[in-house]
Design a protein around this ligand. Structure first.
Ligand SMILES: [Zn+2]
Length: 265
């Protein structure tokens, strides 16, 4: 029997915004289109992988985001103890994905070579790229390199049977998504390779972009990797909380099971 994972999304923050902030070409720029912030966890009998670590309350205040809970506390609510986690996948280095790396004292951090180069190199001279980074997080990850706690990957990589990384690029140079074998088949945690279902479905990208062509090719790649369009999980869409069931009633609004079939969108 092939190894399968339970797969969770944990919501830790939100932001009231409009379409203008979420599309290159917004159909109605002033129409409300809120954003959710997530971390994810893939759990099998053998291993636990945490995917991204979210931001801290301080960063939420600085950027005007609504902070709902510390991502580590949200993970604890689904039974994942940050103190014990050995593998954290960093999909990319934006502030909303790496901010709590210090809360995982035993973890190795899986990153793309190209993301470390992107976050520490010439592209950060451009505010359009650097404004989505928190330099203290980036420096913290560099320190982790010197502590031998970073695992570098160059392109696609299988981390364990049933769980692999896929370099997508586009949004950032080293953007990677995670493919996970679950009881309903191959699910892809896109992270910011697709912020919203609608970005992907209408091929109208989220406007924070490193390379546009790679963003568009990335949508195709996500669909190739997943068993169906319903097996692609976007990185910031509130519809994720609506379509998927909570692990238990008391976790409604906090976490959902991505290894369960979604309600039809
Ligand atoms: Zn993001």
């Amino acid at each position: 029997m092939a190894e399968t994972y339970e797969l969770f999304a944990v919501k830790y923050a939100s932001h009231q915004r409009t379409q203008g902030a979420n599309y290159v070409d917004p159909p109605d720029p002033h129409e409300a289109m809120p954003m959710d912030y997530f971390v994810w966890a893939a759990v099998s009998g053998m291993r636990t992988f945490v995917i991204d670590t979210g931001f801290k309350a301080r960063e939420a205040a600085r950027r005007g985001r609504t902070f709902l809970r510390c991502p580590a506390d949200g993970l604890k609510a689904i039974g994942v103890d940050a103190d014990a986690v050995e593998d954290v996948i960093v999909t990319h280095f934006h502030y909303d994905h790496v901010g709590n790396f210090d809360k995982f004292p035993k973890a190795a951090f899986h990153v793309q070579d190209s993301e470390m180069a992107f976050a520490t190199g010439r592209h950060m001279l451009e505010p359009r790229h650097s404004s989505s980074m928190n330099v203290d997080d980036v420096v913290g990850l560099v320190r982790h390199v010197y502590r031998r706690r970073v695992r570098f990957h160059d392109g696609d990589a299988e981390l364990a049977p049933g769980l692999s990384l896929h370099h997508i690029g586009g949004h950032t140079a080293g953007m990677q998504s995670v493919r996970v074998r679950t009881r309903r088949g191959w699910v892809v945690v896109a992270s910011d390779a697709a912020h919203y279902y609608a970005n992907m479905e209408t091929r109208n990208p989220f406007p924070v972009i490193f390379e546009l062509d790679a963003v568009l090719a990335g949508y195709d790649r996500l669909l190739e990797l997943a068993d169906s369009p319903d097996h692609v999980v976007p990185g910031h869409d509130p519809l994720v909380m609506e379509r998927y069931p909570p692990p238990s009633e008391d976790l409604a609004g906090i976490a959902v099971r991505l290894d369960a079939a979604p309600a039809k969108g």
